[in-house]
Structures are given as C-alpha cells and as structure tokens.
Design a protein around this ligand. Sequence first.
Ligand code: URA
Length: 437
Amino acid sequence: MTTAVQVIERKKRGEELTAEELRYLLGGFVGKQIPDYQMAAWLMAVCWRGMTDAETLALTGAMVESGATLDWPGLDRPTVDKHSTGGVGDKTSIVLVPLMAAAGAAFVKMSGRGLGHTGGTLDKLESIPGFVCELPLDEMRAQVRRIGCALVGQSPELVPADKLTYALRDVTGTVDSIPLIAASIMSKKLAGGARSMVLDVKWGSGAFMQTQEEARELAATLVRIGTGAGRGTRAVLSGMRQPLGRAVGNALEVREAIDTLAGGGPDDLWALTLELGAHLLEMSGLARDADEGRATLTRLRDSGAGADMLETLVQAQHGDPRVVRQPELLPAAPVVRAFTVDEDGPRWVEAADARGIGDAALALGAGRKTKADQVDPAVGIVLRARIGDRVHPGQPLADVHARSDEAAEAAFAALRAAFRLSTEPVPAADEPYETVG
Ligand code: URA
C-alpha cells in the first residue's frame, strides 16, 4: 500500500511518480487524510526536483478530478476560454469576453481577485454598482446559454484541490514551480470545459515570470497540458515591464475597457485583445484565420455590438447597465492630482515600472495587502506617459486618483521610484507578441 511518506521520499530522490500516486496524494489531501505538513513537504520536493511532462499532466488530471467539471451538451456555440498569468492594468477580459460572445462564442470567464501589486478582474467588475461575480453554477450555465458569456469568480465546486494547495503554497514558499503553476492554471481551465483556450503569459517586472525565457517555458508547459487533454490551446507571451493600457485601479480600468469597446482606449490594450481574440476565433472555427478573426473583432467593436453585449452582461449579473453609456456613473475619487516631471530639460521615459506602479495603486487602496482587506473601487493611477515618450519639465507623467491629499502624496513617493527618466532617447517598450502552440 502507498503511503504519503513514500510518495514524498520518491519525489525527494527525483523519481517519476505515477498517476496513481498523484491521485492518492491529491485525493488524500482534499479528503483531509493527508495533513498540510506532508503536502507541504511534497510541494517543496517538487520545487527542487521538478516533474516530467507525464507527471505534470497526471497531476493536472488528479486536480481536475477533485471537483465538478462543466460541460455543455447541446450548446450551439463553440466554447472558448482565456487565462492571464496576471499583471498590472490588465483589463483585457472585460473587452474580450463581450466581443467573443458577440462573435458567436460561448465564453465562461472565471477570474480571481487581486492580491499584492496585481489587480483582479472580479474587483474591477465589482466597481460597477450592483455587479455580482459569485453566481451559482446553475445560474451561470443558464446565463451562458441565454447570452453567450459570463464573467464570474472561480466556482468553489471546480478544482477544490487547487484552492487548498494554492493556499498552502502561498505560505510555504512553494509557489514558483513551473509544473505546480501549470497544473494549477490548467486544472481550472480544463474543468471549465472550453474546447479552445488562449493563455496570456506575461513577463517583466509586473508579472509572475520576470524573464521572457521563464515565460516561454511556462507557456510551453501550459500548451502541452492543454493539447495533451485534447483542447485547442495556444499561449501568447506579452510584456509587462509597464502596465497594460493607462489605467491602474478598479473603476478606472472598467472605464478604460468601456472606452476601448467604444473605439477609443489605449492601443496596447486593443492590440492584445485582437491578438488573443483572433487566436480564439481561429481555433474555434469562427474565423478562417487570425486575420479574419481580427477583422471580425474590429467590426464588432465598430458596430457597437461589443458594447451592447457588455451592457447585456452587466444587466444579467445584476449590475447597473447604464455605466456602459455613462461611465461617469462609476465610483470616482474625491482627489485627482497630477504627478509631474521635476527635472530640467527634455527627458525620455526609460522605466514606468509595472511593479512599482502596481504597488503605488495598492497603497492608495486599489488592492489588498491581505486577503481580508476591502478594496476602494475609485482610487488608482492613470498614466500619461509610457516608456519611450519624450517629456518636458512640469509635464504630467500620471494622474493620481486618491481618497485624500496625504494618500496622493504617498503615491507620488512610490511613483518617483517607479518612473526613471533618461537624458537620451529610449525606444518604446512594444515587444512583439510570441505565440506558443
Ligand atoms: N495562477 C494560478 O492560478 N496558479 C498558480 O499557481 C499561479 C498563478
């Protein structure tokens, strides 16, 4: 008979575990027969010894089996999904989900809350008055059949093994293992039931993966798991040296997503939306190729069909749909102050560090330092300069939206550290996307 100690010791020696051993370990942990300390010891052994592809696939399968899975019998739309490994200012889902539903896909986007310097789509959506993210599975299923999309929290019924192991990894220094990260992400995607999925793997100071090489390795692992499970899977590597778009902070980001659906909004946000959406449309057969996919998404934006669908989605999830036409109904901060260039003479923006700007927004109250903190929907930062821009003395680099002057001053100190200006011209930070899979 297998014991937890044997499984831990085999991994400690770098041996390949069988699917049966992994099922035993995960099942025992979720069923509370295997205690936290044994699971923690095993997680640390995985961090040091790694996992083969076969093990990573089997671990993902064992995690999926720990809970319910979604399937869509009789649905007349192709199912799609997207995941981002997280960053600063990433509001892409709020733009992409309604556009994909308008294009004829079924899109159940299960998102998380922000923690630390990274924002979470749920916190952003909850800045819309009345918006409900936690829908029972039945209600969510019915909504997707009715309108083609849902933007909700991760259902507790899906992959309980991930919730438990993630909480343990967070406090035992065992988060940064590619097989553990990949199994955690992909188990949730596979349980969500979509046939085609795109994974936005970010790299840079504001991301989980600091370098492009690490991001490439994670992307390749994610794609192997997805395709190994028979799902259309591609990953897109995107840079996160500076925030995506200009707005960082919950209501500010929703407003930017609404502007983008209305044909305004920042170019980098629209470019990433097109890139991810074109892959999904192509994989799901709704477009012949990526170029046709891009044209479809642009047409749906320009016709207003994307904004109409966001309105429908907000209404379905009990939010005030008027925010889509009147974003001024979103919460607004009482103090708005410009953070300006101090130096004499022209300068070029060399760094607008995503991590530092995320931390500044966090300190304003846009995120949480602990899971129990409440977020302030109104506060945040709107960038007015990006890497490579030429700036002059007195020119605003960012607007700080704060609860008080003192909070704005504290954010200025963080922004001073996040922005670096050069006396020489600096190239823009628009690294091309790289596709894996
Ligand atoms: N996101 C996840 O869902 N899981 C991880 O382990 C890391 C990032």
